[in-house]
Design a binder for this molecule. Sequence first.
Ligand SMILES: *Cc1c(COP(=O)(O)O)cnc(C)c1O
Length: 360
Amino acid sequence: MVTIPLSRPPVDDEIKQAVLAAMDSRQWILGPECKEFETELARYVGVRHCVLSNSATAGLWLTLRALGVKAGDEVLVPSHTAFPTIEAICFADATPVFVDADAFYTMDVADAAARVTPRTVGVIPVHLYGQPVDVPAVRELATKFGLWMLEDCAQAHGAAWQGKKVGAFGRAAVFSFYPSKNLTVMGDGGAVVTDDDEIAARCRRLRDHGRLNKDVHSEVGFNLRFNDIQAAIGRVLLRRLDAMNDRRRELAALYGKGLAGLPLELPRERPGARHVYHLYVVRTPRRAELAAFLKERGIQTGVHYPVPTHRQPAVEHFAPSPLPATERLVDEILTLPISAGHTDAEIDAVATAVRAFFGA
Ligand SMILES: *Cc1c(COP(=O)(O)O)cnc(C)c1O
């Protein structure tokens, strides 16, 4: 019995009406809704191009191909991320070079610098949990070693560093619209954003069978297109994104008050950053006990992620080196419920239950 879910994505009449309206056009694949959503999302992020795709995983793969990644190329990537970030690198024939985590659970840039080799071509920082990475440090790393930067913004729609939105710092960036993410489309979906005309054009081609025009295929791509029904939903929710993120920040502040003074590490916002709390992740060595205690009270929790990507069987053949900070934190992190759809009362109830667990 779950009374407080981890996430509650929006469903309402405005969204349903947008879906019904999108049906009428009979242009359901890359039609007018997709074109508008691309224009609006690019404008929102502050870049020139947006290329919709059917997932962020696909978007990462498209971008890596467009960047010209080839076998033997090494790509720096935090181990502490969702597996798709790694998977896209592998699927593009490149080698993931796993990097340890910093105090904010994002990529430790000093550790990344120590792992650069003559084969390193790029870096994929992940704005994990909705928290921007150390943007100036990653930029400096990319400049110093001549690497491209591809931002994984799957968890960070609307997050910003010094007032500039994430997704506008790298050569390109990728967003996900998976149901629990800050911007959703009632199913799978993703987008590549970039200021680079060539990367945008190549992603557009690759997502549609490498097509130059209706009849000519200049290279082998795949079918990774998006659809108008879901784009219509994305457009409605993009208009609400800032308000939904403000709401997430409000609830995070409520947690901050309710959980203060406990032997529990709370998320911290990096100075200069706007954290959008895709996930609210606390940390305690008593993680399993706390999760069980909350479950008994109908409160859903999660662990993002219990098995670090560098320890996944699928990438064993890369023989990744140990990453002590990542390996420590994965045993202690716990995700508490948060989304724009949660009420103050629900967050208070979770905080009260956590306080009860610690006997406070
Ligand atoms: C969700 C997520 C992805 C994958 O997104 P999909 O749209 O499900 O393919 C990639 N990276 C991170 C960090 C994610 O959280």
